[in-house]
Design a protein. Structure first.
Length: 439
């Protein structure tokens, strides 16, 4: 058994958290390769190290003194070193970074130092190998990962290591300069290391015990999801349920490696397992549905045109109106003589009337009506497919709570049902659906 364990910012925030990380890694010899983030917040008003590093770069860019900010960063790492009685020469590392700051190094280098220093500390604490991500994670100049070179160098570095710590979030360009992923990119590093090392499990340790069936800010004490497929996760994540960086799914999914979301503060909780879609029938979860998620603030353009079904290109012409402005469409439910175009309201306030008039002209529509303040809620579950009465149960739960359904959309896979309700009914709708399906 080989496990890759990635620890997020809250897990690396201070010395007490690193002690938990140490215990988790030491308790299982299968956890051979460890990927870490930069220290996160220790308390609500605290700063993430990565945020401070971005701020350091901004001060340098605009010729504002950056020394006070970098001193805060130094103090955070030094406090961890002193409390854990580590031997690493942090002063030497800080001096190298300061020299580069004085030479106006680029932003990617500066912000990557958070993960770099975290990995050095943990490697020293575990008395294991440190592998710099710049030597094993490689980017092409277009920003894509060079998978072939990364696999070769990563396997070469790992093959003789009993245990190793690798900083997440960054790699290097062909010229050796540092390139970072988007924020939260340590998840991606962990997935890449898992895929190319042939891991049996990718453990992603964070501050929550996996995924919940609904937002705990809306539903009181929602149940934990034990197992979820990649497809179900994508559906829920798209509608706002996010624990894992979206791009972290793909390397592990392609390699057929399950992802286990775990909680550093509750190491005995088994968390949520994300597994391959093929052959999974939903066994492992007690309930018919896997989860509920949603977003507020959508706008609907309802287009009505007589005999639309007999005319080619009507929908295409309507969509071109949005494409020409770089606006992405969320949903497109349709009828015989009508269809609706649904997209986020943000950025539409000043052009709504203009868009409606252009659609009407280009499509020769009898009317184009605009409805605002729509929420979309998706109910997801692979066990829902071909199960009679699911839709009826969902709609009845909303009707019994006096919630009007403005839109219904269900894909042919039947893995999810999306309903549109008024923004004011958003929370009540989620609670109603949850109560109807969850025991």
């Amino acid at each position: 058994m080989l496990k890759v364990a990635k620890f997020g910012g809250t897990s690396m925030a201070d010395a007490p958290q690193l002690k938990k990380v140490h215990n988790i890694i030491s308790s299982d010899d299968a956890r051979k390769f460890v990927v870490v983030s930069a220290p996160g917040k220790r308390f609500k008003e605290d700063n993430k190290i990565t945020d401070l590093l971005y701020l350091t770069h901004a001060h340098i860019k605009f010729s504002v003194p950056h020394t006070p900010i970098f001193k805060i960063i130094e103090d955070r790492y030094n406090s961890i070193k002193e409390e854990l009685h580590l031997n690493i020469d942090l002063e030497k590392e800080f001096q190298i970074i300061k020299d580069n700051l004085d030479n106006k190094c680029d932003e990617d280098y500066i912000v990557s130092r958070g993960e770099y220093l975290s990995a050095l500390l943990l490697a020293d604490y575990l008395n294991c190998d440190f592998i710099d991500a710049k030597d094993v994670i490689f980017f092409n100049y277009d920003g894509s990962v060079n998978n072939e070179k990364t696999k070769e160098k990563l396997c070469e570095a790992l093959q003789n290591s009993k245990r190793a710590v690798i900083p997440g979030f960054y790699g290097s360009y062909p010229d050796g300069s540092i390139k970072v992923f988007s924020r939260g990119g340590s998840d991606i590093t962990g997935a890449i290391v898992s895929a190319f090392s042939g891991a049996d499990v990718y453990e992603n340790w964070t501050d929550v015990s996996g995924f919940l069936m609904a937002d705990p800010r809306i539903v009181n004490n929602p149940k934990q999801i034990k197992k979820i497929t990649y497809q179900e996760l994508r559906e829920l994540s798209y509608m706002g349920a996010s624990v894992l960086h979206d791009e972290a799914i793909f390397p592990a999914r392609e390699a057929g490696i399950p992802i286990n979301i775990r909680n550093t503060n509750e190491p005995d909780n088994p968390g949520t397992i994300i597994i391959d879609d093929s052959g999974y029938d939903g066994n492992g979860n007690e309930d018919i549905i896997t989860g509920i998620a949603g977003k507020k603030n959508f706008t609907v353009f309802y287009v009505h045109k007589e005999h639309m079904a007999n005319e080619v290109g009507v929908v295409r012409r309507a969509l071109e109106v949005f494409e020409d402005r770089g606006l992405s469409i969320e949903h497109l439910p349709s009828g015989i003589d009508s269809f609706s175009i649904i997209l986020p309201s943000e950025g539409l306030e000043r052009i709504t009337h203009e868009l409606a008039e252009e659609i009407k002209t280009k499509c020769g529509a009898q009317s184009v009506n605009v409805f605002k303040n729509l929420s979309l809620i998706t109910t997801v579950g692979i066990k829902m497919a071909y199960k009679p009465g699911i839709s009826a149960k969902l709609f009845t739960s909303l009707g019994d709570n006096n919630i009007n359904i403005r839109m219904i959309d269900q894909g042919s896979s039947e893995i999810n049902i999306i309903v549109g309700v008024e923004d004011k009914d958003f929370e009540d709708a989620i609670r109603a659906i949850y109560s109807a399906f969850v025991k």
